[in-house]
Design a protein around this ligand. Sequence first.
Ligand code: NAP
Length: 348
Amino acid sequence: MEKVVIIGSGPAGWTAAIYAARAELKPLVFEGAITEENRLAGTLPLGQLALTTEVENFPGFPAGNLEAYLDDAIDPQRRAMMPAHSKHGVSGPELMELMRQQAVNFGTRIVTDDVVDVNFECHPFKVTASSGETTQTLSVIVATGARANYLGLPSEEKFKNRGVSACAVCDGALPRFRNKPLVVVGGGDSAVEEATYLTKFASRVYLVHRRDKLRASRIMAKRAMENPKIEILWNTVLEEVLGDDQHGVTGVRLRHKVDDTTLELEVAGVFLAIGHTPNTDFLKGKLELTDKGYIRWTTPFRTYTSVEGVFAAGDVADDYYRQAVTAAGSGCMAALDAERWLAAKEYE
Ligand code: NAP
């Protein structure tokens, strides 16, 4: 019997684990499975931050060389598998490994598997992993985050992994994209971040945005607009990904929304950065969700959900802030809420 099971392994999950472990609740974290399906969906362990580059806005990590600290802090076996340190401050994968290690140091136990089903109608709750194993637990913190969206074009689906991607950091350095023109679709922070990142490898990056104004934060938008390798195509949508079986993606057909003209561009890759979908498929009918599928927090400034004893933290319950630091903050809140709930019920 567990006191608290945490589902998810982004900043919300690990922060919840650090707090729960220090409260001697001996948390069990389901960090997700390492599978090709999860890789394609962007739902591998360590969450979305593990798919980004430099994290410049997580407090406590100004630019500087963290190499020696990372060597010292992180389990040597996992450290050996991490990419080289960028020297610009902390990277997403580094930040996640540090959080995971911190949770482990305080006694968190980890299962590297997906949770595929939950039963919140009984108490203790039941949590079933893809291995088929069921765990009983007094409380649950859901911190499964969100995953990248695709447009839903048949041609996009056809060329997934053969030139179409939703993760520049995972795939951008592949030989097929080197010194070739590429397209990024979207106008938010992710799109400008991905476009900027891809300029390291690409000959040119076309940022295709459906409006005449970027949604991205000013500092990131300015960086993209000043980058000579990035060309922003305003009021433009991706109509079709072009390609063939032999080469994968060879181009795109775009449509200008104002004058309704089409334009074909030769590109070797298409990167989607058009927002996210919460990872709540396994919770449908089990917890109250919003219209967009996010978990509904039922009480202001609390991480309570529609089921007493089940708490939610991070992007899975937040379609508004969606920052690493807000996810971490709500992970802390969820652990404190769970701890207090268990104490009030005299389960401890
Ligand atoms: P987002 O802010 O929701 O932006 C999504 C973009 O995709 C928007 O520009 C949107 O266009 C466009 N879009 C959505 N659906 C589309 C469709 N069907 N066809 C064409 N375009 C479509 O998502 P995000 O960029 O992933 O960012 C999510 C959150 O993470 C934000 O809070 C962001 O600040 C944060 N973030 C921060 C950083 C950082 O600070 N380093 C990096 C990445 C993300 P419209 O503008 O017309 O709606």
